[in-house]
Write a protein that binds this ligand. Structure first.
Ligand code: SF4
Length: 249
């Protein structure tokens, strides 16, 4: 049976050219401190607290909390079949789908169950799952055991300047693709291998100094993640692990 899911939970995200979802980053409570929705960013680092643009957005738009509550209610009941159904009903047809653009994709073991179900029920959709859950050794092992075997899941460990070389090397040696953000000048991973330079946040990024032609060309390439073959989707499209550099500026 179809679960009752809000139509706007799976939303079109122009910036990445695919459908995506969101979850609350922090706990949402009412005026009596009653929990209305649990935050998902359990593995956020000091870098996230300082730099994440979503944290900044939250401060600017406190009303986002209402949507956060609904989003988490939807996430806690959605099934892989629901996602397949919702994607099939969308006018834009694209065989890619991204987990949270805001919030954490894998906060606990229930989230692993849900992604496993989504992977099974959407075999022809390439599903992008950035996560910091690798910071919990138990979740990390479970993800490797249960989610890595799915060839339609583009699971990426989100790493930043607080990630130690030892942690990053461990991720590489255990087969994780990684997405690094926090130093635009960084060229290699800790093993000296080149990082893939993200086109969306690099060459296609709109800048005030762009000429009219440059700006038009960049706008045309907006949503490059929909067709990007390497980078974050490398393990699905190229069948190999990748380390991606996402630009900040
Ligand atoms: S590397 Fe490709 S998929 Fe990843 S953020 Fe950049 S453009 Fe998008």
């Amino acid at each position: 049976m179809q679960t009752q899911i809000d139509k706007d939970f799976v939303r079109w995200c122009e910036d990445i050219g695919q459908f995506a979802i969101d979850r609350p980053m922090f706990d949402v409570v009412d005026e009596h401190n009653k929990l209305l929705a649990s935050g998902s960013c359990s593995f956020a680092t000091s870098w996230c607290w300082e730099k994440c643009y979503n944290f900044k957005l939250h401060k600017l738009f406190p009303n986002m909390e209402k949507k956060d509550i609904r989003n988490e209610e939807n996430w806690q009941k959605i099934t892989g079949k629901d996602i397949a159904f919702l994607l099939s009903r969308k006018r834009k047809s694209i065989k890619r789908f991204r987990g949270c653009t805001r919030g954490e994709n894998i906060k606990d073991f229930k989230d692993i169950d849900r992604w496993e179900d989504i992977a099974i029920e959407n075999p022809d959709t390439e599903i992008w799952i950035p996560t910091k859950a690798w910071r919990d050794p138990f979740l990390k092992r479970e993800i490797e055991k249960r989610l890595f075997p799915f060839t339609n899941l583009a699971i990426n460990a989100s790493v930043d300047p607080t990630t130690t070389e030892k942690q990053w090397i461990d991720l590489i040696e255990t087969g994780w693709s990684t997405m690094f953000v926090g130093d635009d000048e960084r060229k290699t991973n800790p093993l000296g291998e080149p990082l893939f330079k993200c086109p969306k946040t690099g060459v296609f990024k709109l800048r005030a100094s762009d000429s009219e032609e440059e700006s038009a060309w960049k706008k045309k390439n907006k949503g490059h993640c929909a067709i990007c073959k390497a980078g974050c989707f490398g393990n699905v499209t190229l069948k190999r692990r990748t380390d991606t550099l996402l630009y900040e500026h």
